[in-house]
Design a protein. Structure first.
Length: 334
């Protein structure tokens, strides 16, 4: 098997990329509950970049193969019954196992971490299926269960943000969208998304407060952290909650209005998809997967893909992704 290998964690992203190398390995022997996936496509996600920098909550023994998500065909299986049922199946998978990674031609994955796919879903959509669509689905369900009429989100032009817009729209929930680049205003408008605010606009905070009050937006989804956390929370009505699910702006939160937390019942909490998944009733995740797959088949949901690169051109592909994450996913094709 061919794989991209990380020899050491590097805090600087450019040094981290330059430290990666292509290696040839023998296929590892499977554990009973594992399957071997012949990888057809694997995306680069922000979590992958954080991982190779050593800044993610998952750290593997080194050297390690990066990549948490991908799609492919199962060519070998372990001894467990569930693993045997997947032989020859085409799947999407999400795995943070120390035993492999998706940036490789083959990778061992626990059978429980694989989702069988409808053949009508192309590889480029299947490669990005196991993380972002479920993250957006879970957060919109949070809004529905809380009876929210509207939500606020930043990183709105990214893939999770676009999925949230689409899924919230299907449920009659308004979305206030925050973007960090001026050119993203037009891109969001072209996609049909409303209430789009640019963080550098002089009227950003007054407009955010006006919209949040008018639409009664009491739930926020924060992918950035930093000062945006405080800005979002301060502009929202009494009793609002901010869910932090990413740290694109850094690893700290700031500008949190202490008086709002004390006197206006505002709160900050975290969202982790793995924890959400673990709390679902048995078989519920599979049911959600089938519902989401139908939305991809119908075209109501779609992952934007800006580039496809063979494994050997990983540095070029990853640099393109770093320069323009909101332009869509970059796929590595083993």
């Amino acid at each position: 098997m061919r794989a991209i290998q990380l020899p050491a964690y590097q805090g600087n992203i450019i040094r981290a990329l330059r430290s990666l190398e292509i290696v040839e390995n023998t296929l590892p022997a499977l554990l009973d509950d594992e399957v071997m996936v012949e990888v057809r496509a694997a995306p680069a996600n922000p979590s992958d970049l954080a991982f190779i920098q050593g800044g993610y909550n998952v750290r593997k023994p080194l050297p390690a193969i990066p990549g948490f998500e991908g799609t492919g065909k199962i060519v070998f299986v372990g001894k467990d019954e569930h693993a045997h049922k997947l032989l020859g199946k085409r799947v999407s998978f999400f795995s943070q196992s120390e035993r492999g990674g998706s940036w490789a031609s083959y990778t061992p994955v626990k059978a429980a971490d694989c989702l069988e796919l409808d053949e009508r879903i192309p590889d480029e959509q299947a490669a990005c299926f196991s993380v972002n669509p479920f993250t957006a689905y879970a957060m919109v369900e949070l809004a529905k269960n809380n009876g929210s009429k509207a939500i606020v989100q930043n990183a709105a032009s990214g893939q999770v943000g676009r999925f949230i817009n689409s899924l919230a729209g299907m449920s009659g929930i308004a979305v206030i969208n925050i973007v960090r680049k001026e050119e993203q205003l037009q891109k969001m408008a072209d996609a049909g998304f409303e209430n789009v605010l640019w963080t550098q606009d002089e009227e950003f905070l007054p407009r955010l407060k006006q919209l949040a009050t008018a639409l009664d937006a009491r739930l926020a989804f924060d992918a950035a952290g930093g000062v945006q956390s405080g800005h979002m929370l301060s502009c929202m009505p009494e009793g609002s909650t901010l869910y932090l699910y990413g740290a694109l702006a850094g690893r700290t939160l700031s500008e949190i209005p202490a008086s709002d937390v004390i006197f206006k019942k505002k709160a900050i909490t975290g969202f982790n998809m793995n924890e959400w998944k673990a709390k679902l009733p048995k078989d519920e995740f599979e049911k959600i997967s089938r519902r989401l797959q139908q939305l991809f088949i119908s075209g109501d949901l779609k992952t934007n893909v800006q580039g496809r690169f063979p494994l050997a051109d990983y540095e070029k592909g990853l640099m393109q992704y770093i320069r323009g994450m909101s332009d869509g996913k970059v796929l590595l094709i083993p």
